[in-house]
Design a protein. Structure first.
Length: 328
């Protein structure tokens, strides 16, 4: 009996030391979701909507947002990777999880080894838009214009690693046309200059562009999804695949993560809560208002999520390396 008790004590101590043992009452205090972007931006909006939807399936605890922005989301990712692996600190990030390892050569974390994958949340389409005075009136005219003017065309983006930067890289790679990149410190100033005719073209998320398109403050040419969108103001826009750019698809997906070593039973509780949140009618409605599509496929599982991110890393690595633009 004494030996059995000793073995039980040793097993408990080992499980506690490795993070495999968890408090069955989890969660019993507020949970923090680290968002590696500024408050009010598209990723922050997704996080706040999800936080509200997660409350009920997580015992009604408060879910708070910690905006740790900077360096293309790598500051927030590093903060989450260093957090205690107890389920009370999570990370919500977008496609930057897959592109940071290529764009940033000196990271304090490994995206494939330092995080537990909890599930994909949604996909946000992107739109290819131009300044109000840009001559082309449709995508075919725009393609001819880009081919003729090439690097005389200014292609705005919201900074290295941003959604608009990545879309711009893929556009240039697919068209095999070099354009002049004009980076900004965020999407808002980039769009402001586009509306003011200071730059020519921008590819950005519908969360940032739909209002400008509806108000006819910019010219809209195409969407980056493999199917046309159903949003009233965007439903008539062709996809870039329709226009001949075979395989061109960019969506800004968001996923939920935990620090490596978070106990398996806690991970299951969070993933179960995420699956409930993704079916919440209010969350779905808010997502639709952002033109985002809530995930329903195998990517909502930890295994599907990680496999998808690995595929995205493989997709973006040659594109970014070919562009030759890296962050410090």
């Amino acid at each position: 009996m004494n030996k059995m008790m000793q073995w039980s004590a040793l097993a408990l101590a080992a499980a506690t030391a490795t993070g495999a043992y968890a408090d069955a009452s989890y969660p019993n205090k507020p949970i923090t979701i680290v968002v590696p972007f500024t408050a009010g931006g598209p990723t922050d909006r997704v996080a706040r909507d999800l936080a509200e939807a997660l409350r009920k399936p997580l015992n009604g605890v408060t879910v708070v947002i910690d905006n740790a922005d900077g360096a293309g989301s790598t500051i927030g990712m590093a903060k989450a990777a260093r957090a205690k692996a107890d389920g009370y600190t999570l990370l919500l990030n977008h496609i930057g999880v897959a592109t940071a390892p290529i764009l940033y050569r000196k990271l304090s974390f490994d995206v494939t080894k330092d995080f537990e994958y909890l599930g994909i949340i949604n996909d946000v389409p992107m739109t290819l838009i131009g300044k109000p005075t840009l001559a082309p009136n449709n995508y075919k005219e725009l393609a001819a214009y880009l081919n003729k003017e090439k690097d005389k065309v200014n292609l705005a983006n919201a900074g290295i690693g941003s959604a608009s930067h990545l879309c711009g890289l893929l556009l240039q790679s697919t068209l095999k046309i070099p354009l002049t990149a004009v980076p900004y410190k965020g999407a808002a100033p980039a769009i402001a200059d586009l509306m003011g005719n200071q730059v020519d073209v921008l590819c950005d998320q519908t969360t940032n562009t739909t209002g400008q398109i509806e108000g006819k403050k910019v010219k809209a040419y195409a969407v980056t999804t493999n199917k046309r969108l159903t949003t009233a103001s965007l439903k008539d826009l062709p996809t870039l695949q329709e226009e001949g750019l075979k395989g061109f698809e960019v969506t800004i997906w968001h996923g939920l993560y935990a620090p490596k070593g978070t106990p398996a039973d806690i991970l299951k509780k969070v993933n179960d809560a995420l699956k409930v949140a993704l079916k919440d009618p209010e969350f779905i409605k808010k997502s639709e208002n952002l033109s985002a599509v809530v995930a329903t496929d195998q990517r909502i599982t930890p295994e599907g999520h990680k496999a998808f991110v690995q595929a995205e890393i493989a997709k973006w690595t040659p594109i970014i390396k070919s562009a030759g633009t890296f962050a410090d």
